[in-house]
Design a protein around this ligand. Sequence first.
Ligand code: CND
Ligand code: ZN
Length: 364
Amino acid sequence: MKAAVLYEYGQPLVVEEVELDPPKAGEVHVRVAAAGVCRSDLHVMKGEAPQPLPIVLGHEASAVVLDVGEGVTSVKPGDRIITPFVSSCGRCTSCLTGHANLCDAHSATAGAMFDGTTRLHKGEQRIHHMSKVTCFAQEAIVPDKSCVILPDDVPMPQAALIGCCVTTGVGAATESVQVRPGSTVAVIGCGGVGVNVLQGARLQNAGKIIAVDINEGALEFAMRFGATHTVNPTQQDPVQRVKEITNGLGVDYAFEVFGSAETVTNAFNMVRKGGTAVVVGLAPADELAGVDTVALVRQEKTLKGSYYGGARPAVDMPSIIEMYRSGKINIDDLITRQYKLDDINEAYADLERGVVGRGVITEF
Ligand code: CND
Ligand code: ZN
């Protein structure tokens, strides 16, 4: 089958034939239907988020079940599913304490399946799995426990986005912190994930929702997803401007959704006394952000991380699906471009150039 393989950091993905072994016990063989173009994969391509190489990337996916390994009863051939980018084992401390998004067994087996081995290879060469999803390929092997079955009326590209950016973004504002009605919110970085934080803040009935982005097009786009104000840091100091918009106080919640030390520091600096800065973006692995430790104490600020929107996919994805079906979450307008797997490097060039909205691979 065809897959896009990353052999070396900083090099384009190679779209080529690779071999996929059959599913083992507790695994499912799927045909990928749609795969979202998320910045997290770009971080891996650039070497900012190291993974074992070579690897097939892609972690935002919807798929159709082809066949199942031994003992799998949760899904059957023909089922349409979302394949979450954190598979929860259901048995570790994180899973048992309600943090399926932090599953210990999942993170301990990065680049592989739960048993530590891979199903992908090219001849003798072993190829690793991104997030146990590997959706930049025609087919994939995924753990059965994490599959979320889709209702018939949810289109596959929209379902794929629920696999990462929608759940990550909405969940940051509704689960990781529960934004209070009427409170003030800033979102730094309004790409695929950031606009979903805006939607999450709107769902929570936030008051002022301030979109912060260096791209004017992204700011315009943000207004359609709940932003009430926009700030462009290339034109004005974002911390000062956010304070002006909030009567000199700063926001109750600032979400960092780009991934850099500078934007994390800005998020911290723009929250008011008692406020919370939530970091969603993944900065390069060796980058440290500066935090004013006196303000942390004297202003009782909170600095919090948010991974996968704090989601328990089995519980939270069905509720996100319902909010999509009832029109409370807009995913249709988020999809601005569709690509063939063969054009995946172009899809990532568009992401880097700042083309607004989410790209999705829909032809394999
Ligand atoms: P995408 O590239 O779509 O959006 C990033 C946005 O940030 C763009 O609109 C940029 O213009 C904007 N931007 C760039 N520099 C600045 C700046 N200095 N100030 C303000 N805005 C800026 O990326 P994405 O939405 O796919 O991903 C965003 C981040 O979220 C990225 O780091 C990704 O790896 C991370 C992420 C985290 C999680 C999680 O679970 N926490 C899940 N998926 C992705
Ligand atoms: Zn993602």
